[in-house]
Design a protein around this ligand. Structure first.
Ligand code: IYR
Length: 229
């Protein structure tokens, strides 16, 4: 570790009044409530530039030691989408008919999922997010990454929010095991598949399960200073 100091620049704060802050927090909350995991995709095209912007947003996520330990593989080639679908359905078929426990299948029943994944071909884009356990420096030595799952998970959260903000839909698909993605996308040994997100427009008349979200009281515990009396 050298004792050189590293450059710092002024932070450019967003400045809002208290009233505006609450309005913005509430408006964003309501906007995010409309996000749903959608499985019925339209084949309607999405411009490449849109996907580029979504990925730049996702890659702005914080990461352990700012290592940015992610790669976004963007698949629009119909032949490759077909190969991904076939490989995913092969794994999913085995999962749904034996690998998943009865309890797991019972928990999934309200979502109406099964081994069939037509969205892997219908959606105009598949974004396959890879996590990088380590990186290589230009001279080929390994450099460690930190909190990789947390970092890539946060980036995927940013990506999902950006997709919703653009008026598009996605779902988090996790075929298991996922190593066929490393093979089909020819990824190097330091990358592991993390999440697969189809991106596109919803099919006209798309339906989603009638679910509700846990209210604030059920998901939060508050530790506040007691009022003096
Ligand atoms: N990976 C499977 C099963 C699945 C598992 C969970 I947990 C879900 O919330 C949804 C599906 C699939 O993609 O169908």
């Amino acid at each position: 570790m050298s004792d050189a100091t590293y450059p710092f620049i002024p932070y450019q704060p967003m400045r809002f009044s208290e009233e505006e802050t609450l309005e913005r927090a509430a408006a964003y909350q309501q906007f995010m409530q409309r996000r749903r995991s959608v499985r019925d995709f339209s084949a309607r095209a999405v411009p490449r530039e849109v996907i580029e912007q979504l990925i730049i947003t996702s890659a702005s996520a914080p990461s352990g030691a700012h290592k940015q330990p992610w790669t976004f593989c963007v698949v629009s080639d119909p032949l490759l989408k077909k190969q991904i679908r076939e490989a995913a359905e092969k794994e999913e078929r085995d999962s749904y008919s034996g690998r998943m426990t009865p309890e797991w299948l019972e928990d999934l029943a309200p979502l109406g999922t099964d081994w069939r994944k037509p969205f892997l071909e219908t959606a105009p884009y598949l974004i396959v997010v890879f996590r990088k356990a380590y990186d290589y420096t230009p001279d080929g030595t390994k450099r460690n990454n930190y909190y990789v799952a947390e970092s890539v998970g946060i980036a995927c959260g940013f990506l999902i929010a950006a997709i919703h903000q653009a008026g598009l839909v996605t779902l988090t698909h996790t075929p298991s095991p996922m190593n066929f993605l490393s093979r089909l996308l020819q990824r190097p040994d330091n990358e592991r598949p993390f999440l697969l997100l189809p991106v596109g427009y919803p099919e006209v008349g798309a339906k989603v399960p009638d679910l509700s979200r846990k209210p604030l009281e059920q998901v939060s515990v508050w530790y506040e200073q007691k009022p003096a009396h």
